[in-house]
Design a protein around this ligand. Structure first.
Ligand code: AMP
Length: 392
């Protein structure tokens, strides 16, 4: 069964609360990338065209102190949104009370009010029952379009839809379709590539993908924990000691399904100016660290990818932010993007940033907008903000 989408709702004249992900990067209070606002526009424009009274809610940054509040007001986002849509956008500087209620009551059809940062409320991240109920009372319908937040059971993602007729927005619908197509019903061969540095965040993903994919390539900083588990000396390379045991387990059950690098670009410091050697896994010098996959590994990964009809990728193959260690990530990015007729999905986070930085944004079937959410999806976990939405 499929989840209801915004098209299944009768929105005309109704107060529709939309949980969006407007957690945009900023520098000195100025938005440096408005992609998250742009990504929410299909749903917002649909609601404008269909005469809804639109209440937008989002978090922005982390709020611990009063100072954090001043730094993370959604005011700037409302101003940017006003430049992108053809309707009146007002900003309400509070998250509860008469001022908010009056701003919503004053909405005409097709107009928007952006509520202040949901995290101004302490109960937001605790999914406080009273808060979810209160926010729900402000609307008649609820739409979730914040893919980056659906892996969190918060008052604005789970509390509100518990009390209101609800549906997915277009962005979340697209994410669910693309990730589902890739991970749950893949056209085979299905190759998954996991890299990056956060072994503890991703090791469960490797486990789940070993069940689902035909090949699982592990590269980047992740790979050294596996190499250590193989009994190799990895010098000063990144390792999560407490995950070596799990890595051993996966190696034993995966057989030739798990593909690891066979050579490395190693450096004597974590710096562009470091001394660099290229060496096989068995030859990593004690005072060097592996910062990228080597040329033989690139060839091995390209061969493993050849003919794939579905590819899911999360995590760079090396420290791509520094030119001497970007080759592996660039090569994998190129190889994936050139696969004929394949469904290719990047699971957000740093690999999405790498693909965009390297100029590949248009060459993938889908680049997920939610790093954590797409990882949890790939891990096989239920995403609470989607689970709570009604089936058609
Ligand atoms: P993640 O957030 O887990 O996707 O990790 C992304 C980060 O991993 C990037 O900032 C990379 O620079 C870093 N990374 C990739 N390969 C390595 C490596 N071999 N050693 C240290 N850091 C790495």
């Amino acid at each position: 069964m499929a989840k209801r989408t915004v098209k299944d709702l009768d929105v005309a004249g109704k107060r529709v609360i939309v949980r969006v992900d407007f957690n945009v990067p900023r520098k000195n209070g100025v938005i440096t990338n408005d992609n998250r606002i742009v990504q929410a526009l299909p749903t917002i424009n649909y609601l404008i065209e269909n005469k809804a009274k639109i209440v937008l809610m989002s978090h922005l940054g982390k709020i611990k102190t009063e100072e954090d509040k001043a730094k993370n007001s959604l005011n700037v986002v409302a101003e940017r949104l006003a430049q992108l849509v053809d309707t009146k956008v007002s900003f309400c500087p509070v998250t509860r009370g008469a001022q908010l209620e009056e701003a919503i009551a004053a909405l005409n059809e097709s107009e928007i009010v952006v509520m202040e940062n949901t995290r101004y409320e302490k109960g937001e991240s605790k999914n406080d029952e009273e808060l979810g109920k209160y926010w729900a009372s402000l609307g008649e319908l609820f739409v979730v379009d914040a893919f980056g937040s659906v892996h969190r059971a918060h008052a604005s993602t789970v509390g509100i839809p518990t009390h209101l007729e609800n549906a997915l927005g277009f962005l979340v619908e697209k994410e669910v379709i693309m990730l589902g197509k890739a991970v749950d019903t893949p056209e085979r061969p299905f190759v998954a590539i996991i890299g990056g540095a956060k072994v503890s965040d991703k090791i469960a993903v490797v486990d789940n993908l070993l069940e689902k994919a035909d090949k699982v390539i592990v590269g980047g900083g992740m790979a050294y924990t596996f190499m250590k588990a193989q009994g190799l000396e990895i010098g000063k390379s990144l390792v999560e000691e407490d995950k070596v045991g799990l890595a051993k387990e996966y190696l034993a059950k995966a057989g030739d399904k798990l593909v690891l690098p066979i050579d490395n670009i190693c450096a004597d410091a974590f710096a562009e100016t470091a001394n660099i050697v290229v060496c096989d896994n068995a030859d990593i010098p004690a005072d060097y660290m592996g910062l990228d996959i080597g040329p033989k590994s690139i060839k091995l990964f390209e061969d493993t990818l050849a003919g794939a009809k579905t590819v899911v990728w999360n995590g760079p193959m090396g420290v791509f932010e520094m030119a001497p260690f970007a080759k592996g990530t660039l090569a994998v990015c190129t190889a994936i993007s050139e696969l004929p007729g394949a469904t290719t999905v990047i699971g957000g986070g740093d690999s999405a940033a790498a693909a965009i930085q390297l100029g590949f944004a248009e060459k993938f079937s889908h680049i997920s907008t939610g790093g954590g959410a797409s990882l949890e999806y790939m891990e096989g976990k239920t995403l609470p903000g989607i689970a709570v939405i009604s089936e058609k």
